[in-house]
Ligand binder design. Structure first.
Ligand code: PMP
Length: 401
């Protein structure tokens, strides 16, 4: 029965991670997989998360009964409020609500399933380049027409904004447009507020549906309100939209799979029906979500003191990344590495799209044991005080000869 099954292609980021783990070179550097590392190169359990998980484990009144199908209320409300803001009219008017999901990927998938199954949407657009899983998630959910909009301009190492507008202006009515809420993966380049306004104007005129992907709220700038600006702006403008939220990066809860799909509608009269359909979708796929990670997030977000501690943690993470951007830039400048490198300090979030080509990436891996994606994307968190000079010198070597 299984003899006709073809071997599937490896998933680059995980294959690269495995290759790096198996490399015995003491100088190796992992700039591939998108996970935070401390200045000592170690994974980081946020102290407020550690403290909260211990208190949950010791709380005798907490049991392991099933959660409601669409998740715990305390969590989905806290998540949607983090995204839309404490004073959000959409939340106050019951036009917006959350559905707990299996991290950001699960939120994207749930939203895509709903759009394909309940609204027969088939066309989606994603930025070129984008996080490589968008294509798989949407086609897996039943979307049949995948289109791209221009995003990265290699010559300016920034956004090809004219190209983006031109491509979106060709999109058919009702097309679903995936937009990165902040800290665009992989380029690290976000539209300015003025550019977001122009994107909103165009999408309103062409009747396109915004599906935001928010995987880095707070982690990008250190300020969750600032990182939610684009989503809140679209909501203020009166758009109906979806936003997938991940708590993998900003809480460091990667493996706990904590996410939320926030749904914003024009009118509260559709809330009950839409919610009921999400209930049926979740029921058919995995019945109900896991509790532990979402308990950590809701406990922290709903307690002013713990929330303050969390804010300190996200500042620690985002500022370490900014310091590393500056260090790498300064070193490349000092070495007189040919090319412009300002984009390294201008880009935001976890990743930098270095502009290194595939051949240069191959050499970094084979000659220097520095692991990064073939597109030249590096995870800034993989850099630290001990390895940044080694990495800068290696980049210099592959760029110059
Ligand atoms: N979207 C983007 C753009 C991402 O970078 C990520 C994380 N790599 C995700 C969604 C979802 O990740 P997770 O499912 O781990 O929350």
């Amino acid at each position: 029965m299984f003899s006709g099954i073809e071997q599937g292609p490896p998933i680059e980021v995980f294959a690269l991670n495995k290759q790096c783990l198996e490399d015995s070179c003491p100088d190796k550097v992992n700039l591939g997989v998108g996970a935070y590392r401390t200045n000592e190169g170690k994974p980081w359990v946020l102290p407020v998360v550690r403290k909260t998980e211990i208190s949950i484990a010791q709380n005798e009144s907490i049991n392991h009964e099933y959660l409601p199908v669409c998740g715990a209320d305390a969590f989905t409300k806290a998540a949607a409020t983090l995204l839309l803001g404490e004073k959000s009219p959409a939340l106050a008017e019951n036009r917006a609500f959350g559905v707990q999901s299996l991290s950001g990927t699960g939120a994207l998938r749930l939203g895509a399933e709903f759009l394909a199954q309940k609204l027969s949407r088939r066309v989606f657009y994603f930025s070129e380049p984008t996080w490589e899983n968008h294509f798989k998630v949407f086609t897996g959910a039943g979307f049949t027409t995948a289109k791209t909009y221009r995003y990265w301009d290699p010559s300016s190492r920034g956004i090809d904004f004219a190209g983006l507008l031109e491509d979106l202006s060709q999109a058919p009515e009702n097309a679903v447009i995936i937009l990165h809420a902040c800290a665009h993966n992989p380029t690290g380049c976000d539209p300015s507020q003025e550019q977001w306004k122009q994107i909103a104007d165009l999408m309103e005129k062409k009747k396109l549906f915004p599906f935001f992907d928010s995987a880095y709220q707070g982690f990008a700038s250190g300020d969750p309100n600032k990182d939610a600006w684009a989503v809140r702006y679209f909501v203020e403008r009166g758009f109906e939209l979806f936003c997938a939220q991940s708590f993998a990066k900003n809480f460091g809860l990667y493996c706990e799979r904590v996410g939320n799909l926030t749904i914003v509608q024009k009118d509260a009269s559709t809330t009950a029906a839409v919610h009921s359909q999400f209930t049926l979708l979740v029921r058919a796929m995995y019945s109900n979500p896991p509790a532990f990670g979402s308990r950590i997030v809701s406990t922290v977000l709903n307690d002013p003191k713990l929330r303050e501690e969390w804010m300190d943690c996200i500042k620690t993470m985002s500022s370490r990344i900014i310091t590393m951007r500056q260090k790498l830039y300064d070193l490349l400048k000092k070495l007189n590495t040919p090319g412009t490198w300002e984009h390294i300090t201008q880009q935001i979030g976890m990743f930098s799209y270095t502009g290194l080509n595939e051949a240069q990436v191959k050499r970094l891996i084979s000659d220097f044991h520095i692991y990064l994606l073939s597109t030249g994307r590096i995870n800034m968190c993989g850099l630290n005080e001990k390895n940044v000079e080694y990495v800068a010198k290696a980049i210099h070597a592959v760029v110059t000869n």
